[in-house]
Design a protein around this ligand. Sequence first.
Ligand SMILES: O=P(O)(O)OC[C@H]1O[C@](O)(COP(=O)(O)O)[C@@H](O)[C@@H]1O
Length: 404
Amino acid sequence: MPLSSLSLLPFHRAPLPPTSNYPPPPPPSRALLLPLLRHSPLSRRGGVSRSPASRARAVPADGMAAAAAETPPTLLEYMGQAGAADDLVVLVAHVQSACKRIAALVASPGNAELSRGKAGGGVAVAAGRDAPKPLDELSNEIILSSLRRSGKVAVMASEENDLPIWVSNDGPYVVVTDPLDGSRNIEVSIPTGTIFGIYNRLVELDHLPEEERAQLNSLQSGTHLVASGYVLYSSATIFCISFGAGTHGFTLDHLTGEFVLTHPSIQIPPRGQIYSVNDARYFDWPEGLRKYIDTIRQGKGQHPKKYSARYVCSLVADFHRTLIYGGVAMNPRDHLRLVYEANPLSFLAEQAGGRGSDGKNRILSIQPVKLHQRLPLFLGGMEDMLELESYGDVQQKVNPGYEV
Ligand SMILES: O=P(O)(O)OC[C@H]1O[C@](O)(COP(=O)(O)O)[C@@H](O)[C@@H]1O
């Protein structure tokens, strides 16, 4: 579906949100930038230019018209070209609009104050390492109100709410979300992210009482995901999404306020050289996990290279790096949530040729029984994951309340 036909969507019910809060760009700037990008060291080094879209950008062009024709598609243009359902396009348009607002919020001068647990009126929130912060709550409100306005959502379930919210009897989709993961890092400007999963509404449950319907729709197994994604708020704001046909990354272009395709068809390298885990917890780990990490650190595993450690302690950032560089990102204790975090990210990992597991089982095959169910999570390239799982005993059973 070309961008022009977006205007044919049923906007009388669900208008697309404004694509950005940004001022309109001076018209020629994007085209003028493209020749610069073509000759940048990043494109020569491989960086983003490993992708077909970026390779297209590297082809010399005669003028602005040619440059414009080479411009990579925006997220919505890409969905149109890929034949995504109109309802899904409208829904994703609202998700991206909410995420641009969250990106602005986490980068705002007031973010540290918000993350310390004082709302605008100076109201203190519950203490504790995992207590929700006003920034989480604001992000939650932004994303939930955007989903509501889309007119495409029957149920939404958020990590920040105890119960799912029934929105509309005829919304075609169910959305699960962690609105702002890693918010404890905000005060020191470390990356954060939004995670979401989209399911079809289970019409066969329409006769059930609302509360039950909302629960059961939100507890669908990850194998039924229609789409999932995350938005990384970092040096770049990246929207990574899969509709079940590959995993694709779009970077926010601050000149236009649009997410543009920069990482089409991401493939996790089957072998990486990075492991990502909070290894201060080493002495709480089971024997198998200790042995695995000891082995790959020394280059004595199936891959005869010494692995390096990277751990941001922000799931979206650790997962994004793993998608691009390979290796394994893990949290072996039962801390991360199946519905809001593990399922959406495992879907993206599988669509990129990798694997998501709890150390024993494929995440997507685990039937959620509780909305806020937690479990160990391992995500990574196929060969690294199979090697890790071969150690058997990798789930951390001891889970004391860690202070930091
Ligand atoms: O303390 P650990 O076990 O290293 O866990 C860190 C993980 O917790 C998270 O901060 C998520 O925790 P919350 O869901 O409680 O916000 C992730 O971003 C990060 O990967």
